[in-house]
Design a protein around this ligand. Structure first.
Ligand code: FAD
Length: 331
């Protein structure tokens, strides 16, 4: 008999690991969101942890919100090897029949979610910036901006199960670990047939001068049309942070698109966000609204950014930033 909707229960989070064998930050963000949704639905949260060496990660996942941890280790579960993740995750999802499957919308998750959706005969909601649930209907609602950021669209998978979605990195916060939580940790047998691996990873090389990624940085210094980007980058480096840019700055060629912060760029949640020469329109604010502290430097005292910045410096950023740098060098 085909599975009924009521046969599916619980939330399963597909979690990957870093090359250092830690749970990745986007995976932890997704687990925290799963915990929140699980509490709303009265559902258990299962963490399927995939990687080459995962033995020590069970307890961490429990403390971070999982009720059940499934550890799946295989030498092919390395960064970039989506075929291996697909081959490992599919049978687990088939067997456990979760009501909802979540993963982060990293390059891996963006590739994996639709493959799983197709194989399981259901849908996949990609790159959500908000995940909510309708508790009565038990429907997952994935929201994200569309039409170049001018409309927030909500998408659901009303009839098929599981409901699969990927959550954009930075769209949820990693919760605080709770050491008093307990749960079960199980090992899952992973068999990945050789033929399943269509891509052979021959090696990974670091970029010659890797710059800190925006989404993972605790401090981000960003520049807009009123900024000097050499100064922005220098300040970011002096604070051991990452640098970012407004869309206008990207459009004018001061920064590449992957540095854009905002509704149609990166959603970030750093501890400190420094906006220099950025007017701070809503579309920009949308990407930084989860920052703990926002400091704005702008020549116009009426710039929108001052409406939400906790600290504001009114003046020429090109004069103020060098003074901050001078001060930092003195210490
Ligand atoms: P401006 O708005 O031109 O502001 C420059 C600021 O610099 C001004 O406030 C000025 O007072 C100040 N300034 C100038 N000179 C100095 C100086 N020497 N010292 C100090 N301050 C100075 N924007 C984003 O950033 N991210 C997005 O993802 C994004 N998505 C969008 C999606 C859509 C659909 C639309 C319609 C817009 C989007 N925008 C986005 C654009 C957004 O609305 C703003 O136009 C953009 O953020 C403005 O960039 P800016 O602040 O650098 O430039």
């Amino acid at each position: 008999m085909p599975a009924q909707r009521s046969d599916y229960r619980d939330i399963l989070v597909v979690m990957d690991t870093t090359s250092q064998h830690h749970l990745s930050k986007p995976a932890l963000e997704t687990l925290s969101k799963a915990r929140e949704l699980g509490d709303q639905l009265g559902a258990r949260v299962e963490a399927l942890i995939l990687g080459t060496s995962v033995d020590t990660l069970g307890e961490t996942a429990i403390h971070m919100g999982a009720d059940i941890v499934l550890l799946a280790a295989h030498e092919s579960l390395t960064v970039g090897n989506v075929d291996a993740y697909f081959a490992a995750a599919l049978p687990v999802i088939r067997e456990r029949k979760p009501e909802i499957v979540l993963m982060s919308a990293t390059p891996l998750g963006l590739d994996l979610a639709p493959r799983l959706g197709a194989a399981l005969g259901t849908g996949a909601l990609s790159d959500a910036t908000k995940l909510e649930v309708d508790e009565t209907e038990r429907i997952l609602i994935a929201k994200r901006l569309t039409y170049d950021g001018s409309v927030e669209a909500a998408a659901t998978i009303p009839r098929h199960r599981p409901q699969i979605a990927s959550l954009r990195p930075g769209a949820a916060r990693v919760g605080f670990p709770d050491d008093s939580r307990y749960g079960s940790v199980e090992n899952v047998e992973v068999s990945i047939p050789r033929g399943a691996l269509k891509v052979e990873l021959v090696g990974i090389e670091d970029a010659p001068h890797p710059e800190p990624a925006l989404e993972a940085a605790e401090i981000v210094v960003a520049g807009g049309q009123g900024a000097d980007f050499a100064q922005v980058r220098e300040l970011a480096a002096a604070l051991s942070g990452a640098w970012g840019a407004s869309r206008a700055a990207v459009q004018f060629g001061a920064a590449p698109a992957e540095r854009q912060v905002g509704a149609t760029g990166a959603h970030i949640a750093p501890k400190l966000y420094v906006a220099t020469g950025i007017s701070g329109q809503f579309e920009h604010y949308y990407g930084v609204r989860d920052a703990d502290t926002i400091v704005a430097i702008n020549a116009d005292k009426d710039a929108p950014v001052f409406r939400y910045a906790q600290y504001g410096l009114v003046g020429d950023a090109k004069e103020i930033v060098p003074k901050i740098l001078e001060y930092l060098k003195r210490d």
